[in-house]
Write a protein that binds this ligand. Structure first.
Ligand code: PSV
Ligand code: MN
Ligand code: MN
Length: 424
């Protein structure tokens, strides 16, 4: 299944006048319009291979129909997303859910639809068929050196797959932790994790990075060995320059000030990037921006300010990725919505009057500072995001175009209605 350019153009034609009117209206007030449009066009968000099917919950999974049954079909789906939004030019694989047996042909297939491979993810939170030792009590932190060794070797294998795919980062999320007080010696668990990560770190090629993800709870409910950004940063600092902290928006306790964490990690040069999603209660993995778009904007506000202060390239110098799970929505539609939400937040952050904000901060003018922050947030920047996409050949209204072109119906015809994707 491939979305033809002329079909996107046809769909855009219907919305042309409406778009132009809205764009002219907002553009008139944007001082740095060209810069904003260029930055928006350059900004891409990676699609995780595990989010293309209906993930469901531990209570059940309701197949959505036409879901990808193989890595090739997952790539095809990301190709569809990218054709429509021109903002999802890469895929992140999860090994062994995806095994790129023939990396060269997988890479070529991806390149045909304009995709490359972003960070590869290891998996030591599940036992695989034929696996010798169990991860029931953890992996890199395990009390048994042999289990740790097995987990380290898996990560090194993942790096090898990544090298073949042209990826340059390993993303590590561990479920290691404990369920009950007394189960674990925290210090030893942490030291074991560090020792294991050092071995993995040693195996990184020169131009590679390792991203250390944290999460406060689940599947362990008493302690998690890399439970927060402090623990992740401690590890990253001890490991060295190639290691940094990955922020998954759903991996915080309620009301955590994530934007402040982001600002400080960035200041320290230790922010790896993001797993974007949204949540109401915990690691809900909901559509980005569906619950708290203001928080997302405040995060981008810190990112734009902090990256500019460090002379960083917004599009390239951090990992931008979605981490989501779908239960009731068509995953492709959901991912299109998520990418849109991220770009809206980014666009809002790009139009903040930085000089005025700095002045207000220096004068302790709290009211003025809030006015400036909210002025940008309350600006309807959607036509700017759409214009940037249009100039790249994307759809003015990606979700609408996806429906109009009956992509899901086509996929169901090709793949059947009873498909179940691999992954969480
Ligand atoms: C589990 O919480 C999780 O959602 C983490 O966020 C990982 O990034 C993801 O699974 C894939 O391993
Ligand atoms: Mn994640
Ligand atoms: Mn998660």
């Amino acid at each position: 299944m491939k979305v033809e350019q002329f079909k996107i153009d046809e769909s855009n034609h219907q919305h042309k006048n409406e778009h132009q009117r809205k764009f002219d209206y907002v553009a008139a007030d944007v001082a740095n319009l060209d810069e904003v449009l260029q930055k928006l066009a350059a900004f891409n968000i990676t699609i995780p291979s595990w989010a293309l099917g209906t993930g469901g919950t531990r209570f059940g999974r309701f197949s959505g129909g036409g879901e990808p049954r193989s890595l090739e079909e997952k790539i095809e789906d990301v190709g569809v997303i990218h054709a429509l939004n021109r903002s999802s030019d890469s895929v992140s694989l999860h090994i062994p859910w995806d095994i790129p047996e023939n990396a060269a042909s997988i890479k070529a297939l991806a390149a045909q639809v304009g995709l490359r491979f972003d960070a590869v993810n290891s998996n030591t939170f599940q036992d695989q068929k034929d696996q010798q030792l169990s991860y029931k009590f953890g992996s890199l932190h395990h009390v048994d050196k042999a289990v740790r060794k097995q987990a380290v070797e898996h990560n090194i294998q993942v790096i090898k797959y990544g090298v073949e795919l042209g990826s340059n980062a390993l993303s590590v999320w561990l479920s290691d932790g404990s369920n009950f007080p007394g189960q674990l010696n925290f210090r030893k668990a942490f030291q074991n994790t560090l020792e294991s990560l050092k071995e993995i770190y040693e195996a990184l090629p020169d131009d590679w990075k390792v991203w250390v993800e944290y999460k406060p709870y689940e599947p362990n409910f008493y302690s998690t060995t890399i439970g927060d950004w402090g623990q992740s940063l401690l590890l990253a600092n001890k490991l060295g320059a190639k290691a940094s902290t990955l922020v998954d928006l759903g991996h915080h306790l309620p009301n955590t000030n994530i934007e402040q964490i982001v600002a400080l990690l960035l200041m320290e040069g230790k922010l790896a990037g993001f797993h974007f999603n949204d949540s109401k209660y915990g690691d809900d993995d909901l559509t980005v921006g569906s619950i708290n778009p203001y928080q997302l904007y405040l995060i981008f506000n810190e990112l734009v300010e902090g990256m500019d202060a460090r002379g960083m390239n917004h599009a390239k110098d951090l990992g931008w990725m979605i981490d989501a799970s779908h239960n009731v929505k068509d995953p492709v539609e959901d991912l299109l919505q998520s990418v849109e939400a991220i770009k809206i937040a980014y666009a809002q952050a790009l139009i903040v009057d930085r000089a005025a904000l700095l002045e207000a901060q220096n004068n302790n003018d709290v009211v003025r500072a809030q006015e400036i922050i909210q002025e940008a947030y309350r600006t309807d920047v959607r036509p700017l995001v759409a214009e940037a996409r249009l100039r790249q050949g994307g759809a003015l209204k990606p979700v609408e175009a996806y429906r109009q072109l009956a992509v899901r119906e086509e996929l169901i015809k090709e793949r059947g209605s009873k498909t179940v994707a691999t992954g969480l």
